[in-house]
Design a protein around this ligand. Structure first.
Ligand code: HEC
Length: 232
Protein backbone atom coordinates (compact mmCIF):
# COMPACT_ATOMS: atom_id res chain seq x y z
CA UNK A 1 0.00 0.00 0.00
CA UNK A 2 2.82 2.34 0.97
CA UNK A 3 4.50 1.55 -2.34
CA UNK A 4 1.32 2.22 -4.27
CA UNK A 5 0.91 5.64 -2.65
CA UNK A 6 4.53 6.42 -3.40
CA UNK A 7 3.96 5.49 -7.02
CA UNK A 8 1.01 7.78 -7.31
CA UNK A 9 2.80 10.65 -5.65
CA UNK A 10 5.98 10.52 -7.69
CA UNK A 11 4.43 9.36 -10.95
CA UNK A 12 4.28 5.97 -12.60
CA UNK A 13 7.29 6.49 -14.84
CA UNK A 14 9.60 6.54 -11.85
CA UNK A 15 8.17 3.30 -10.51
CA UNK A 16 8.83 1.48 -13.73
CA UNK A 17 12.50 1.96 -13.15
CA UNK A 18 12.51 0.68 -9.58
CA UNK A 19 15.11 -2.06 -9.30
CA UNK A 20 13.34 -5.36 -8.67
CA UNK A 21 16.35 -6.78 -6.87
CA UNK A 22 17.13 -5.14 -3.52
CA UNK A 23 20.31 -3.15 -3.87
CA UNK A 24 19.91 -2.77 -7.63
CA UNK A 25 21.17 -4.90 -10.49
CA UNK A 26 19.29 -6.27 -13.43
CA UNK A 27 16.80 -9.00 -12.59
CA UNK A 28 17.33 -12.20 -14.56
CA UNK A 29 14.03 -12.85 -16.36
CA UNK A 30 14.96 -16.51 -16.75
CA UNK A 31 15.61 -17.34 -13.08
CA UNK A 32 12.72 -19.56 -11.95
CA UNK A 33 10.97 -19.43 -8.58
CA UNK A 34 11.82 -22.80 -7.05
CA UNK A 35 9.41 -24.51 -4.65
CA UNK A 36 11.32 -26.27 -1.90
CA UNK A 37 8.34 -28.28 -0.63
CA UNK A 38 8.52 -30.85 -3.40
CA UNK A 39 6.50 -31.03 -6.59
CA UNK A 40 2.77 -30.45 -6.28
CA UNK A 41 1.07 -33.14 -8.38
CA UNK A 42 -1.43 -30.72 -9.87
CA UNK A 43 0.99 -27.98 -10.86
CA UNK A 44 2.74 -27.91 -14.24
CA UNK A 45 6.23 -26.46 -13.72
CA UNK A 46 8.03 -24.55 -16.45
CA UNK A 47 11.56 -25.78 -15.71
CA UNK A 48 10.66 -29.38 -14.96
CA UNK A 49 8.17 -30.04 -17.75
CA UNK A 50 7.46 -27.25 -20.23
CA UNK A 51 11.03 -26.17 -21.05
CA UNK A 52 12.32 -29.73 -21.71
CA UNK A 53 9.27 -30.36 -23.89
CA UNK A 54 9.85 -27.20 -25.94
CA UNK A 55 13.59 -27.84 -26.24
CA UNK A 56 13.01 -31.37 -27.48
CA UNK A 57 10.21 -30.52 -29.91
CA UNK A 58 10.91 -26.98 -31.07
CA UNK A 59 14.57 -26.14 -30.46
CA UNK A 60 16.24 -28.46 -32.91
CA UNK A 61 19.06 -26.93 -34.89
CA UNK A 62 17.57 -24.86 -37.72
CA UNK A 63 14.41 -24.15 -35.70
CA UNK A 64 13.84 -22.23 -32.43
CA UNK A 65 17.21 -22.85 -30.77
CA UNK A 66 19.36 -20.02 -29.42
CA UNK A 67 21.51 -19.99 -32.57
CA UNK A 68 18.93 -20.18 -35.37
CA UNK A 69 15.96 -18.37 -33.76
CA UNK A 70 13.61 -19.09 -36.67
CA UNK A 71 11.27 -16.05 -37.03
CA UNK A 72 13.27 -14.42 -34.22
CA UNK A 73 11.89 -16.95 -31.75
CA UNK A 74 14.16 -18.65 -29.21
CA UNK A 75 12.30 -21.30 -27.21
CA UNK A 76 15.20 -22.27 -24.94
CA UNK A 77 14.59 -19.65 -22.22
CA UNK A 78 11.57 -18.45 -20.22
CA UNK A 79 11.80 -14.92 -21.62
CA UNK A 80 12.03 -16.29 -25.15
CA UNK A 81 9.02 -18.57 -24.67
CA UNK A 82 6.82 -15.80 -23.25
CA UNK A 83 7.71 -13.17 -25.86
CA UNK A 84 8.28 -15.40 -28.91
CA UNK A 85 5.28 -17.58 -28.08
CA UNK A 86 3.14 -14.50 -27.32
CA UNK A 87 1.98 -16.23 -24.15
CA UNK A 88 -0.93 -14.56 -22.33
CA UNK A 89 -0.95 -15.97 -18.78
CA UNK A 90 -4.30 -17.63 -18.00
CA UNK A 91 -5.41 -17.51 -21.65
CA UNK A 92 -4.20 -20.47 -23.74
CA UNK A 93 -6.62 -19.71 -26.58
CA UNK A 94 -5.09 -16.25 -26.99
CA UNK A 95 -1.52 -17.50 -26.76
CA UNK A 96 0.36 -18.11 -30.00
CA UNK A 97 2.40 -20.90 -28.43
CA UNK A 98 -0.75 -22.95 -27.74
CA UNK A 99 -2.58 -21.95 -30.93
CA UNK A 100 0.30 -23.21 -33.08
CA UNK A 101 0.22 -26.62 -31.40
CA UNK A 102 -3.52 -27.20 -32.02
CA UNK A 103 -3.63 -25.58 -35.48
CA UNK A 104 -5.39 -27.79 -38.09
CA UNK A 105 -3.80 -26.16 -41.14
CA UNK A 106 -0.58 -28.07 -41.69
CA UNK A 107 1.26 -25.07 -43.15
CA UNK A 108 0.61 -23.13 -39.92
CA UNK A 109 1.02 -25.93 -37.38
CA UNK A 110 4.07 -26.32 -35.13
CA UNK A 111 6.14 -28.37 -35.22
CA UNK A 112 5.74 -28.24 -39.02
CA UNK A 113 5.67 -31.37 -41.21
CA UNK A 114 7.56 -33.67 -41.59
CA UNK A 115 7.61 -33.51 -37.77
CA UNK A 116 4.46 -34.99 -36.26
CA UNK A 117 2.10 -32.83 -34.17
CA UNK A 118 2.76 -32.98 -30.44
CA UNK A 119 0.81 -35.76 -28.73
CA UNK A 120 -2.42 -34.62 -27.03
CA UNK A 121 -1.09 -35.23 -23.51
CA UNK A 122 1.86 -32.89 -24.11
CA UNK A 123 -0.39 -30.21 -25.64
CA UNK A 124 -2.61 -30.54 -22.54
CA UNK A 125 0.41 -29.83 -20.32
CA UNK A 126 1.18 -26.62 -22.23
CA UNK A 127 -2.46 -25.58 -21.92
CA UNK A 128 -2.54 -26.27 -18.19
CA UNK A 129 0.72 -24.39 -17.59
CA UNK A 130 -0.70 -21.30 -19.37
CA UNK A 131 -3.99 -21.65 -17.48
CA UNK A 132 -2.03 -21.75 -14.24
CA UNK A 133 -0.46 -18.39 -15.07
CA UNK A 134 2.48 -19.37 -17.33
CA UNK A 135 4.82 -18.89 -14.37
CA UNK A 136 8.58 -19.27 -14.39
CA UNK A 137 8.43 -21.98 -11.73
CA UNK A 138 10.37 -25.09 -10.81
CA UNK A 139 10.17 -27.73 -8.10
CA UNK A 140 12.74 -29.98 -6.47
CA UNK A 141 11.42 -33.48 -6.13
CA UNK A 142 12.03 -34.21 -2.45
CA UNK A 143 11.10 -37.90 -2.64
CA UNK A 144 14.05 -40.30 -2.60
CA UNK A 145 15.43 -41.24 -6.03
CA UNK A 146 14.51 -44.87 -6.72
CA UNK A 147 17.28 -46.69 -8.58
CA UNK A 148 16.30 -50.29 -7.77
CA UNK A 149 15.06 -52.65 -10.51
CA UNK A 150 14.86 -50.08 -13.30
CA UNK A 151 13.01 -51.05 -16.50
CA UNK A 152 12.80 -49.39 -19.91
CA UNK A 153 9.01 -49.31 -20.08
CA UNK A 154 8.51 -48.35 -16.45
CA UNK A 155 11.15 -45.62 -16.21
CA UNK A 156 13.68 -44.92 -18.97
CA UNK A 157 11.17 -44.53 -21.80
CA UNK A 158 9.35 -41.67 -20.05
CA UNK A 159 12.65 -39.81 -19.51
CA UNK A 160 13.40 -40.14 -23.24
CA UNK A 161 9.85 -39.06 -24.13
CA UNK A 162 10.05 -35.94 -21.99
CA UNK A 163 13.56 -34.81 -22.96
CA UNK A 164 14.84 -36.44 -26.13
CA UNK A 165 12.42 -37.84 -28.70
CA UNK A 166 11.46 -34.53 -30.32
CA UNK A 167 14.94 -34.64 -31.89
CA UNK A 168 15.67 -38.36 -31.61
CA UNK A 169 12.29 -39.55 -32.95
CA UNK A 170 11.62 -42.53 -35.18
CA UNK A 171 11.62 -40.48 -38.40
CA UNK A 172 14.90 -38.89 -39.39
CA UNK A 173 16.39 -38.94 -35.86
CA UNK A 174 19.23 -36.53 -34.96
CA UNK A 175 22.66 -38.14 -35.42
CA UNK A 176 20.83 -41.31 -36.57
CA UNK A 177 20.03 -42.07 -32.91
CA UNK A 178 16.43 -43.20 -32.39
CA UNK A 179 15.50 -43.02 -28.72
CA UNK A 180 11.89 -44.15 -29.06
CA UNK A 181 12.70 -47.86 -28.88
CA UNK A 182 14.40 -50.18 -26.42
CA UNK A 183 16.93 -51.28 -29.04
CA UNK A 184 17.79 -47.69 -30.00
CA UNK A 185 18.44 -46.70 -26.38
CA UNK A 186 20.37 -49.92 -25.71
CA UNK A 187 22.71 -49.13 -28.62
CA UNK A 188 23.85 -45.78 -27.19
CA UNK A 189 23.80 -47.17 -23.65
CA UNK A 190 26.14 -49.97 -24.69
CA UNK A 191 28.62 -47.79 -26.59
CA UNK A 192 28.82 -45.34 -23.67
CA UNK A 193 27.42 -42.36 -25.56
CA UNK A 194 24.19 -42.17 -23.56
CA UNK A 195 25.84 -41.68 -20.16
CA UNK A 196 28.61 -39.54 -21.70
CA UNK A 197 26.11 -37.16 -23.29
CA UNK A 198 23.61 -36.81 -20.41
CA UNK A 199 26.40 -36.51 -17.82
CA UNK A 200 28.07 -33.89 -20.07
CA UNK A 201 31.40 -35.73 -19.93
CA UNK A 202 34.36 -34.39 -21.90
CA UNK A 203 34.45 -35.82 -25.41
CA UNK A 204 30.67 -36.04 -25.79
CA UNK A 205 28.11 -33.56 -27.05
CA UNK A 206 26.03 -32.56 -23.96
CA UNK A 207 22.41 -33.77 -24.17
CA UNK A 208 19.85 -32.32 -24.23
CA UNK A 209 21.78 -29.56 -26.05
CA UNK A 210 19.95 -26.67 -24.30
CA UNK A 211 18.40 -26.01 -20.90
CA UNK A 212 19.62 -27.40 -17.60
CA UNK A 213 19.94 -31.02 -18.67
CA UNK A 214 18.58 -34.07 -16.91
CA UNK A 215 18.18 -34.10 -13.13
CA UNK A 216 20.76 -36.08 -11.17
CA UNK A 217 18.01 -38.55 -10.25
CA UNK A 218 17.23 -39.25 -13.92
CA UNK A 219 20.93 -39.66 -14.70
CA UNK A 220 21.33 -42.07 -11.78
CA UNK A 221 18.30 -44.07 -12.93
CA UNK A 222 19.77 -44.36 -16.45
CA UNK A 223 23.11 -45.55 -15.02
CA UNK A 224 21.33 -48.03 -12.72
CA UNK A 225 19.27 -49.37 -15.64
CA UNK A 226 22.46 -49.96 -17.63
CA UNK A 227 24.24 -51.63 -14.68
CA UNK A 228 21.21 -53.83 -14.11
CA UNK A 229 21.39 -55.18 -17.66
CA UNK A 230 19.09 -52.79 -19.58
CA UNK A 231 15.86 -54.65 -18.78
CA UNK A 232 12.79 -54.02 -20.97
C1 HEC B 1 17.15 -30.16 -29.63
C2 HEC B 1 17.44 -31.44 -30.22
C3 HEC B 1 18.00 -32.54 -29.35
C4 HEC B 1 17.55 -32.96 -28.13
C5 HEC B 1 16.39 -32.42 -27.31
C6 HEC B 1 18.38 -34.08 -27.74
N1 HEC B 1 19.32 -34.31 -28.70
FE1 HEC B 1 20.78 -35.73 -28.65
N2 HEC B 1 21.60 -34.99 -30.34
C7 HEC B 1 21.08 -33.96 -31.10
C8 HEC B 1 22.00 -33.66 -32.18
C9 HEC B 1 21.79 -32.59 -33.25
C10 HEC B 1 23.09 -34.55 -32.03
C11 HEC B 1 24.37 -34.61 -32.89
C12 HEC B 1 25.33 -33.63 -32.22
C13 HEC B 1 26.65 -33.51 -32.93
O1 HEC B 1 27.12 -34.50 -33.45
O2 HEC B 1 27.17 -32.40 -32.92
C14 HEC B 1 22.80 -35.38 -30.87
C15 HEC B 1 23.66 -36.35 -30.40
C16 HEC B 1 23.35 -37.22 -29.34
C17 HEC B 1 24.20 -38.31 -28.87
C18 HEC B 1 25.60 -38.62 -29.37
C19 HEC B 1 26.53 -37.76 -28.53
C20 HEC B 1 27.98 -38.03 -28.77
O3 HEC B 1 28.81 -37.23 -28.27
O4 HEC B 1 28.30 -39.01 -29.42
C21 HEC B 1 23.53 -38.92 -27.87
C22 HEC B 1 23.98 -40.13 -27.06
C23 HEC B 1 22.28 -38.21 -27.68
N3 HEC B 1 22.20 -37.18 -28.59
C24 HEC B 1 21.34 -38.52 -26.73
C25 HEC B 1 20.32 -37.65 -26.35
C26 HEC B 1 19.50 -37.87 -25.17
C27 HEC B 1 19.60 -39.04 -24.22
C28 HEC B 1 18.64 -36.80 -25.11
C29 HEC B 1 17.61 -36.51 -24.05
C30 HEC B 1 18.09 -36.53 -22.68
C31 HEC B 1 18.90 -35.96 -26.26
N4 HEC B 1 19.93 -36.50 -26.99
C32 HEC B 1 18.22 -34.78 -26.56
C33 HEC B 1 19.89 -33.30 -30.87
C34 HEC B 1 19.13 -33.38 -29.70
Amino acid sequence: MKKLLLCISIGLAACRHDPLIPGGGTPNPNAPVVTSQGCHPDTVYFENTILPLLISNCAMSGCHDAQTRADGINLTTYAGVISGGEVKPGKPNESDLYEKLVEDRLDKRMPPPPYPALPADKIALVRKWIEQGAKNNACNDTSACDTLNRGFASNIQSIMQAHCVGCHGANNPAAGINLTTLSGVRTVATNGRLVGAVSKLAGFVPMPPAGNGLSSCHINQIKAWINQGMQP
